[in-house]
Design a protein around this ligand. Sequence first.
Ligand SMILES: [Zn+2]
Length: 338
Amino acid sequence: MLDKNTFDAALRPGVRASLAGANQALRRAEAETFGRLLDERGDFLPGASFRRDCPQCGTAHERAAELLRAQGMQLVRCPECRLVYSREVIDRDFERQRYQDSSASQANLELKHDPFYAALERDKAAYVAGRLSELAGPGRLLDIGSSSGALLRAAEEAGWQSFGMEINPAAVQACQAAGLAAVCGEYPCALPAEWGPFDAIALLDVLEHVADPLAFLDRVSQDLKPDGWLVVQVPNFSSLLLTIEGVRNNNICHGHWSYFEPATLPALLVRAGFEMRWFETYISELDRVLAYPDEQVAAAWEQLTGQTLAEPRDLQVEQLHTRMLGYKLFGLFQKVAT
Ligand SMILES: [Zn+2]
C-alpha cells in the first residue's frame, strides 16, 4: 500500500513530456522574478537583501566556507554545525510580494493543474498521510503552505481533521471551494486561534524558505500538543541530481535560504526540541540523472558515497534511496516533553 515509487515521476511514463511546457514556463517566470532583484553584475540590488550568520548555531558567516554562487546568493557551509545556507536573504517585503503576485507563483499554480502533476501530488499526499497515520493520530492536522490542498484531502481521507494555511489567494480559494478548511495568510499571524492546538503540523517544502528556522520551529512547537508530530519535507542538497547539476539545479534559487542534507535536517529538529521517528529520501529524479554522461554520474556518486559506481546505466532508484541520495528529504519528528 505505501509505495513511494508511485509518485516518482522518473518511474511514471509520460509525466515528463506532459509537464515539459509548464515546467519551462515556470523556469522562465522564476528567472524573470529573480532577475528583477539583481544588478547587471548579478549581485542583489541595494536594500533587496541582508546578510546573516548561521541560522542554526549562530556562527559568523565570515567563518563559513563558500560552496557556490548563484543569483546573487553565496551558499556557504557552517564550520561548526555543517549546515549549508545562503548568506544573503531577500528582504521580507520583497519576498512577500514575490509569493503573492509574481508570475512565478502563477506559473507554479498552473503546473499543479496539469493532470499528471495532480496525480503525482495526490499519490504523494496519500503516502505522507499514510506514513503519519502509521505512527500517530488521527487528530487535528495543520498544513502550513497547503497549496492546492492535496495533503488536506489525503489526511481527511485517512481520518484526520485537517486545516490549511497558504499565502497564495488563488490556491486558498480553490481549497475553500472544495470544502476544505483553509485560510489565506502567513503563519503564525493568520492562524485562527480556534483551530489549534494540533496533533500534527506539516511543513512540506517550507523550512528551506524560512530565514530563521529555529524561531519558526519554536512557534510551531507551541501550536502542537505535547507529543505532537512534525511532518517535514525539504529538498535534499546532497541528492545525486543536485550534486551533478550544481548551480544549474532549479532547487538552488531565491527563496531557498537553507540547504538541508541527511545529517543537518535532523540536527536542526533535535535542536528545536524534536526526536526523529522516520527519515528517508523519496523522488529519485533518476531519469534526469541518467540524462547526464556516465562519467558525471559516477563522479557525483563517488563524491557523495566515497564509493565507485561501476555501471551508472544500471543504477536503480532503491540504490539512491538506501544512501539517502533521493531528491527530497522526508521525516516525521515528535515533540519531546521539556
Ligand atoms: Zn552553524
